[in-house]
Design a protein around this ligand. Structure first.
Ligand code: NAD
Length: 360
């Protein structure tokens, strides 16, 4: 079977890391007997240079007609790039917001996994790290405080600002379902994070997650207050499997969770809609400071591609093989500059891609 994948290389290191991810995907396709048909699309600065806008309607339509989108990263150096002299709605990042909205991507997934070989990059103490950790932060992406009504007014000479945090039960239910489904592909534990001791929106969140949980008796559901979760992430990260939470809490907790892994070049991500469709991209940016040097770490993009196989194409075995190949390469001591440590072998972007592809 041939799967239709839209590929957005983007800007900066984007094209180089996406090329390596496709190389690894092709190796998995050859091994596990499936086909991948890539359609390359322009977005961000690359699209501005050709079309004058960061995202065209045709790009959105082609993305929608695919089973998944694999993306590098977009954007340039805000101080020197001419893209940042344009109106805000014409800058590279505007394309990013528009594609997420157009594709209705409401569930953001960010794994935080500690590779034994990269233990030294983890800022936590050895006894806290223990046997390591492997969690998935699942963040609601299109509702809550960032999308509610807001205003700033002046009353009797005093400025006053208001932001609204609202969620409907439908918005909560659809992400809760995703959370339980994802947990079923992992260790079958969901920790729903809220502030139900204070916020009405959180009390509704908890009630709806409880309701959805009844349909997943095989998945263990627990609840945690967000302030406690922020502490637990650095006290005992191994306790978590899937953390399910609303937009702003997820924004903060996903950054905290990724920092405890310590390596920006290793962090993958996915954004999903109600169907199997998803957009997969590394968590890092386009790293204009190292673009064109052949030294960027392609692993975050390779791992995003593995997530694509697992969550959009249900090719779990192939996803496992890619993740195992990454582990193997690290175990053999190969490192790009960003994760280099003493006694290891320094390799560039392309070499890292070749090494992973060969071990799939
Ligand atoms: P960045 O993530 O691009 O870079 C931060 C630092 O990490 C840099 O020193 C960079 O060299 C390094 N780095 C990042 N990825 C790496 C990799 N794979 N291998 C080795 N080193 C890596 O963040 P920034 O510098 O703040 O942003 C640069 C541009 O990226 C901006 O235009 C920003 O808007 C954009 N951006 C895009 C996305 C996206 O496409 N989703 C996300 C974040 C930032």
């Amino acid at each position: 079977m041939e799967h239709k994948i839209a590929v957005i290389p983007g800007d900066g290191i984007g094209p180089a890391i996406v090329a390596e991810a496709c190389k690894v995907l092709d190796a998995a396709a050859a091994k596990f007997g499936f086909g991948l048909c890539y359609t390359e699309l322009l977005m961000g600065g690359a699209s501005i240079d050709v079309h004058g806008v960061p995202l065209t309607d045709e790009t959105i339509e082609t993305a929608k007609a695919s089973e998944a989108v694999l993306m590098g990263s977009i954007g340039g150096d805000a101080k020197t790039s001419p893209w940042y002299k344009l109106e805000p709605q014409l800058r590279p990042e505007a394309g990013l917001l528009k594609i997420r909205k157009s594709l209705n991507l409401f569930a953001n997934l960010r794994p935080a996994y500690l590779y034994e070989e990269l233990r030294a990059a983890c800022p936590l103490r050895d006894e806290i790290i223990g046997e390591g950790f492997d969690m998935m932060i699942m963040r609601e992406l299109t509702g809550g405080l960032y999308f509610g009504a807001r205003q700033t007014v002046e009353e009797n000479g005093v400025r006053k600002a208001t932001d609204t945090l609202d969620y409907s039960e439908n918005e909560i239910r659809r992400i809760a379902i995703k959370g339980f489904e994802i947990a079923r592909k992992r260790r079958k534990k969901v920790c729903s994070v809220d502030k139900a001791n204070v916020l009405d929106s959180s009390r509704l969140w908890r009630a709806v997650v409880e309701e959805v949980g009844k349909d997943y008796p095989d998945v263990e559901l627990s609840h945690m207050l967000v302030d406690n979760c922020a502490m637990q992430l650095v006290r005992d990260p191994a306790q978590f499997d899937v953390i399910l939470t609303e937009n702003m809490f997820g924004d903060i907790l996903s950054d905290e969770a990724s920092m405890v892994t310590g390596s920006i070049g290793m962090l993958s991500s996915a954004s999903l809609n109600e169907t199997k469709f998803g957009l997969y991209e590394p968590s890092h940016g386009s790293a204009p400071d190292i673009a064109g040097k052949g030294i960027a770490n392609p692993i975050a993009t390779v791992l995003s591609a593995a997530m694509m196989l697992r969550y959009s194409l249900d090719l779990d075995e192939a996803a496992d093989a890619i993740e195992a190949a990454v582990k193997q390469v690290l175990k053999e001591g190969y490192r790009t500059g960003d994760i280099m440590s003493e006694g290891c072998t320094l390799v560039g972007t392309k070499e890292m891609g070749d090494l992973i592809a060969a071990r799939v």
